[in-house]
Design a protein. Structure first.
Length: 408
């Protein structure tokens, strides 16, 4: 019981930190993109000032200036925007380890896709993040980067190709979270490996009395812009792993990924242009984004496996049980779970309004019950959160019987 509580509390604390850090990072990214777009030339503003912007917030007025390269002197106080990015990535990575690698047989490995031992699945996941950053960084340093549209196309193609690769190796849920983690790693790598080092070079030049090289600022701005356009697709992928309708069929995960990236990037494009000049707001972007999401919805719905037994569900579940070293529940526990829970948690739910089992959790066979024992312990024994509002009237005696099986 203690292990289960530690697992749940560890998960919620890591997720809490991840969300807080992510809000701070996304907020600063969106604000500085807006600030850049809102800068206007000001006569007599001073040497090297590219423009300034007036802001009003919290009952006060602010005037913000941006230098073309850098000021002529080193400021006595300088705020660095980096820890939001670092802590978002650190907390996200440890959350990935905590949930997907530590519980790989439940969330990451699907024998219907590929039978893998836990250590191999984890190694593939971590290695892919490293590879993803290396390829993306190489693209940004290659001749392709001289054309922003061409670079965006190559980057888009690479992420979709990686989505296809993940779908060949991991469960649908595991593939979705790794697509998001891949793009988030690119974003964090931009801050850690490019933006901050370039800013440090500018600071070192100021301290030494030299004029900083403008190219470092341009490179940093390019990477910061990439982060801005990637943000919304990353957030969708992180949320999508909680909704099985988005990953029910691995075959269409690359298509859904491509459509979500288009929708998220085009929405950011609208705001970036609008902040530059309201009169030129590209309202067409919303139609394109809506069409992309609509297509993603239809692709997901049309390809949903529903109640089909793709490759022999019982045999695959037996393989997963062997991988996890589990044993089947006794008959009376199976009767309790299937009687109280399987009307929703089945390939074809019988509860009105439910088309796909919540969270993709199936409890209609002894094998599935064994695989979901930790979730059952948390939801039905420790907290009584399930069935919701006890709609199926699970009795205290039945909960005790399930608890006794779990203790054994």
């Amino acid at each position: 019981m203690l292990d289960a509580y530690l697992l749940e509390w560890g998960s919620i604390l890591l997720r809490w930190l991840h969300v807080i850090a992510g809000i701070a990072w996304i907020g600063s990214s969106f604000f500085f993109m807006h600030l850049d777009a809102s800068l206007r030339p000001v006569p007599g503003a001073g040497k090297g000032v590219a423009g300034s912007s007036w802001q009003v917030h919290g009952g006060g007025f602010y005037e913000m200036k941006k230098f073309t390269v850098a000021p002529e002197f080193m400021p006595t106080e300088l705020t660095w925007h980096k820890w939001q990015a670092y802590w978002t990535w650190f907390s996200g990575f440890f959350l990935l380890v905590w949930i997907y690698y530590a519980q790989s047989s439940l969330y990451l490995i699907d024998p219907a896709v590929m039978v893998l031992p836990a250590w191999q699945a984890s190694l593939i996941g971590i290695g892919s993040l490293v590879l993803g950053w290396a390829v993306y960084d190489a693209l940004c340093r290659s001749p392709v980067a001289k054309n922003e549209n061409l670079l965006a196309l190559f980057g888009f193609g690479f992420v979709v190709a990686m989505a296809w690769g993940y779908a060949q190796v991991f469960s649908g849920r595991g593939a979705m979270i790794h697509i998001g983690a891949l793009m988030a790693t690119m974003m964090a790598g931009n801050v850690l490996m490019v933006i901050i080092p370039n800013q440090r070079k500018a600071v070192a030049d100021l301290i030494a009395g030299r004029t900083p090289d403008a190219k470092y600022g341009k490179i940093g701005k390019q990477r910061s812009t990439h982060n801005n356009y990637i943000t919304l697709p990353v957030v969708f992928m992180m949320l999508a792993n909680h909704y099985p309708v988005t990953y029910a069929n691995n075959a269409v995960i690359p298509i859904i990924t491509a459509l979500v990236i288009v929708a998220g990037a085009i929405i950011r494009h609208f705001y970036n242009v609008r902040h530059l000049d309201h009169a030129k707001s590209p309202w067409w972007a919303w139609a394109v984004a809506a069409l992309a999401i609509w297509l993603a919805f239809w692709v997901a719905m049309a390809s949903s496996p529903g109640g089909r037994d793709r490759l022999g569900l019982k045999q695959l579940d037996e393989q997963r049980i062997q991988l996890a070293g589990l044993s089947l529940p006794p008959a009376h526990v199976t009767d309790i779970i299937t009687g109280r829970c399987a009307m929703c948690h089945a390939p074809e739910p019988g509860w009105a309004g439910i088309q796909i089992a919540p969270k993709g959790v199936l409890l209609h066979t002894p094998e599935r019950i064994a695989l979901q024992k930790d979730a059952i312990r948390t939801q039905a024994v420790m907290t009584h959160a399930m069935p919701p509002n006890n709609l199926s009237e699970m009795t205290p005696a039945e909960r005790r019987a399930v608890a006794e099986w779990l203790r054994q």
